[in-house]
Design a protein around this ligand. Structure first.
Ligand SMILES: Nc1ncnc2c1ncn2[C@@H]1O[C@H](COP(=O)(O)OP(=O)(O)O)[C@@H](O)[C@H]1O
Ligand SMILES: [Mg+2]
Length: 224
């Protein structure tokens, strides 16, 4: 599903430094992995590279049979839109759209038929337990509810890979627990793969494998 080999990334400019050094990672279909690491170590940078939002300085990123680094901007945008889903710490819902419209958005953007869109959106609302909120606007929701909307939106088009960047960073313990349960359930249900970036050992423990990103690279977390 995803195979990262010898990935390097340096940000140029006055504060230039090697951000990601020789990163290697393989994620198979149906696998859900966590990436932990100190603030500023490059976790979001790594997710951006996997998402094709930015290009590495060296190494390869093979996703679903395609080498991302050989694609142009348009091809990477289409691949990201059609085969990936994103969940962010700050939710990133569109405030002027209802819950239902927010979830439907990825389908609308990829030109899905309205009937099919409605059906898939209804299924996702139910799957994440927010059917009663379909007509509400984001400002009317709690943080945990907003994140469940964001999870529904990330998965509604059945992506091959879900990338979640500190999705519980703004949530209280109970909401975080619920969001993590829903996220895991939905990734498993879609038979896709998932990468969870988190500071929280409890969050990381909801995944199958945990990696730690340091200045030296990405390493499997030692047991215990
Ligand atoms: N576009 C950019 N240009 C230069 N430096 C950047 C850019 N984006 C992030 N950085 C720097 O790279 C480092 C890692 O950022 P980030 O990947 O967001 O870390 P993390 O998600 O692990 O906290 C930070 O020091 C940040 O300031
Ligand atoms: Mg980050």
């Amino acid at each position: 599903m995803l195979s990262i080999r010898h990935l390097n990334k340096t940000y140029s400019g006055p504060r230039s430094r090697l951000m990601l050094r020789d990163i290697n990672l393989a994620v198979a279909p149906g696998e859900y992995v966590a990436i932990m690491g100190e603030s500023g170590v490059g976790k979001s940078t790594l997710l951006n590279l996997i998402a094709g939002l930015d290009l590495p300085d060296g190494g390869s990123i093979a996703f679903d049979g395609t080498e991302l680094t050989t694609l142009d901007d348009t091809a990477r945008t289409l691949l990201r839109r059609d085969r990936m889903g994103f969940v962010f710490q700050a939710f990133h819902l569109l405030p002027h759209l209802t819950v239902m419209r927010n979830i439907m958005l990825p389908l609308a953007l990829s030109g899905a038929e309205p009937d099919k869109s409605s059906k898939l959106t209804g299924e996702m609302l139910e799957a994440v337990g927010i059917t009663a909120l379909a007509a509400a606007y984001p400002r009317e929701l709690s943080g945990g509810e907003m994140q469940r909307v964001a999870i529904a939106r990330a998965l509604v088009h059945r992506p091959k890979l879900v990338l979640a960047d500190e999705p519980t960073g703004n949530l209280d313990t109970d909401s975080a627990r619920q969001v993590l349960r829903v996220l895991r359930e939905q990734i498993m249900r879609s038979a896709g793969a998932g990468i969870l970036v988190t500071h929280s050992p409890a969050a990381a423990a909801t995944t199958d494998r945990v990696y730690v990103l340091t200045a030296d690279g990405l390493h499997p977390q030692l047991a215990g």
